[in-house]
Write a protein that binds this ligand. Structure first.
Ligand SMILES: *Cc1c(COP(=O)(O)O)cnc(C)c1O
Length: 421
């Protein structure tokens, strides 16, 4: 295919994420999106199965979101959040506080998920310092976890898996444990906290689904165990809901399924329905209160240039409108049913070791993917945009995907996995 001129010219100068630039399959030139369809420069169309890393939960170019961004662009695209506030950001903060469980009510805005996690870590560490407790500077995180790509967040990701192990020598050391999924692992974690709790500021976990770690699911009991252990040993609990937040697992937030309230929660990805970069770190009242004092150094020491961007907050408010007006969670339940039925037959295909569905997350796990590039190319040839990684092929579609669009996606996966790859 003869690509557009900007493609050839620009490809000599961009550096792609997580890509071996010598051997990677060339990226496809996308020129427009609508609903669940991505159009390429040659006019061909792909049905999107992953909603741009599960952000575009209402599909692309939703008219309500588009109108909100356009209106905000007309009157005030951005104004600094130091000394000035803006209506979309303050409205969004109060709406998030009202939606989140318990007294998660104080919102700090940033512009990416990784930074939201860094802010959560800083909040937790400074929470103890402000209360006169020194030495609590470490985090407790879990194998299989992923919390971002920046230096501080890499240090709480799974240390062994390939993405970040190279950098280990440059990272601070935190505690990395097994998730407390059964009596033995609960006991092990209990002992670790009894021994080292005095040096730990907080536990951090992705609730119900470890996303980038391979879409690994765990039961809500794990979260109840973590809440119980955090309380017993007096450490904070951070839930990283950047992947799971806003309906993806079937409830608005994953923590609702466990009936627990974390001390701090991080949100991003679907927060703006995939339209603009925005993230939030939300703290409970008691966390915020530890920062109130006569001492200026007890203030939270963080402030990104583009925090609380008015257009991004307008997007997020428009997305929340859609959650209120449309039965998005009903859409998630419908998607779950259809994926269960239509992905289940993959179980009998070569190399498939598991098929699992939670909410609008469908996963086909293989024992290995022999030729990743061939698999990606074969999926595109079926007219779908699905991006396998590690040893899984997964779907995280928009919540308003039609039955026939989703049918096309599951059929493409069945067809491609039935061929030798
Ligand atoms: C994507 C993700 C992040 C990082 O967000 P970025 O916006 O890519 O920095 C952190 N935690 C979880 C659970 C994620 O899924």
């Amino acid at each position: 295919m003869q690509g557009p001129r900007w493609l050839e010219r620009g490809m000599k100068h961009v550096w792609l994420p997580y890509s071996q630039m010598q051997t990677t399959v060339p990226p496809l030139p996308a020129i427009s999106t609508r609903g669940r369809t991505i159009t390429l420069a040659d006019g061909s169309e792909l049905t999107d199965g992953i909603a741009s890393w599960w952000t575009a939960c209402h599909g692309y170019n939703h008219p309500h979101i588009r109108a909100a961004v356009s209106a905000q662009l007309e009157c005030m695209p951005h104004v600094m959040f130091g000394g000035l506030v803006n209506e979309p950001a303050l409205t969004l903060a109060s709406r998030l506080a009202a939606m989140l469980p318990g007294d998660l009510e104080r919102v700090f805005f940033t512009d990416s998920g990784s930074v939201a996690v860094e802010v959560a870590m800083k909040m937790a560490i400074q929470y103890w310092l402000n209360r006169g407790r020194t030495g609590r500077t470490r985090l407790l995180a879990f194998r299989g976890g992923y919390h971002g790509d920046t230096m501080a967040t890499m240090a709480v990701c799974d240390p062994e898996e390939g993405m970040h192990s190279l950098y280990q020598g440059a990272l601070p050391e935190h505690f990395i444990a097994d998730l407390p999924v059964d009596a033995d692992s609960v006991r092990a974690l209990d002992e670790l906290l009894a021994q080292s709790g005095d040096s730990i500021a907080a536990i951090i976990v992705e609730p119900l689904v470890q996303g980038a770690g391979g879409m690994l699911f765990h039961s809500p009991d794990v979260l109840r165990n973590l809440r119980m252990l955090a309380d017993r040993h007096g450490v904070l609990l951070i839930l990283d809901e950047i992947f799971t937040g806003f309906g993806r697992t079937g409830t608005m937030f994953a923590c609702e399924q466990a009936g627990i309230v974390p001390d701090i929660i991080t949100l991003s990805k679907a927060l703006t329905a995939g339209t603009m970069a925005l993230a939030a770190t939300v703290a409970r009242a008691h966390v915020f209160d530890a920062f109130l004092s006569d001492d200026p150094l007890h203030a939270l020491m963080h402030g990104p240039t583009f925090m609380a961007n008015a257009m991004a907050c307008a997007c997020a408010n428009a997305s929340l409108d859609l959650f209120e007006r449309e039965d998005c969670l009903g859409g998630v339940a419908r998607i779950a049913r259809q994926m269960r039925t239509e992905l289940e037959p993959c179980r009998s295909l070569p190399h498939v070791v598991d098929v699992r569905v939670m909410g609008a997350i469908g996963v086909v796990e293989l024992d290995r993917i022999h030729d990743m590039n061939a698999l990606k190319t074969a999926l595109v040839a079926q007219g779908v945009w699905v991006r396998p990684f590690r040893n899984i092929v997964y779907l995280t579609p928009a919540f308003n995907i039609t039955t026939s669009e989703l049918g096309k996606l599951t059929a493409a996966i069945r067809t491609v996995l039935a061929q030798p790859v």
